[in-house]
Design a protein around this ligand. Structure first.
Ligand code: ADP
Length: 243
């Protein structure tokens, strides 16, 4: 349902993505692993045009964007179909948890206020924050703030949720609660692409694992393939270093 074809991206002279092809099926959870600087975050950000690829194609279902000359409408549509969960949560500081989740529903989806509120409450309850609707980000732990970020993404009912290292800013004791929420929504069949350094989590939540290095996909396969019998030396070295 999501198909990336030959995605290229450079920052100045540095080519960060070198012809990435990736297919993600509906309901699949894909983990993207790889050393720091390999282009994982940039790839994720290209999927919803937070970064503009230099060339390539992005398809979601039967909708295709040619990245060389996308129209504004194409980019808008792509953003409607995707939602991002950021490393640093990216919540509005002056809005409550509820208002943070409602924002996209009011502004992007243009829903009536009551409906936006109902959907937002439902999703905050789903991530275990039904009792924190009126709390401001500063009154929430990092784990709770990230759960608001996840509720915000879920509430938009996107075709795919893109997670950019969702636990890397958290204190170790708060990582578990966020991974538990992601695990729960993965079971509901929501398509997800997750950039993560949590190998254990990738191994047991992902259906498909992609290993990137130096702006290319070095190897991909089932968690079993990648973690138990990686074919490429670069994958083996990485796993040896990190586990
Ligand atoms: P990863 O997520 O695998 O750590 P990134 O996608 O963040 O890798 O970065 C890949 C490369 O692109 C790095 O060398 C990084 O310094 C560079 N890079 C990322 N974002 C920018 C940017 N906005 N401007 C210039 N260089 C960037």
């Amino acid at each position: 349902m999501i198909k990336l074809t030959q995605i290229n991206k450079s920052f100045g002279r540095q080519q960060v993505l070198k012809g990435i092809d990736l297919t993600v099926k509906k309901g699949e959870v894909v983990a993207i692993l790889g050393p720091s600087g390999s282009g994982k975050t940039t790839l994720l950000r290209c999927i919803n045009y937070l970064e503009r690829p230099g060339s390539g194609e992005i398809s979601i279902d039967d909708f295709t964007v040619n990245c060389r000359n996308p129209s504004k409408a194409d980019i808008h549509k792509l953003r409607q179909k995707t939602a991002m969960v950021f490393q640093q949560y990216n919540l509005f500081r002056h809005k409550t948890a509820l208002e943070n989740v409602m924002e996209g529903l009011l502004i992007v989806k243009k829903l009536p206020k009551e409906e936006a509120r109902r959907i937002s409450v439902e999703h905050l309850e789903k991530v275990g924050l039904g009792n924190k609707l009126d709390a401001y980000p500063s009154q929430l732990s990092g784990g709770q703030q990230q759960r608001v970020g996840i509720a915000r993404a879920l509430a938009l009912n996107p075709d795919v949720i893109l997670f950019d290292e969702p636990t890397s800013a958290l204190d170790p004791e708060l990582v578990g609660e966020v991974l538990a929420v992601i695990r729960k929504i993965a079971k509901e069949g929501i398509t997800m692409i997750i950039v993560t350094h949590e190998m254990g989590f990738a191994q047991d939540v992902a259906n498909h694992v992609v290993f990137m290095d130096g702006g290319v996909v070095v190897e991909e396969g089932s968690p079993q393939d990648i973690f138990s019998s990686p074919k490429e030396e670069r994958t083996r070295q990485f796993l040896k270093r990190i586990t």
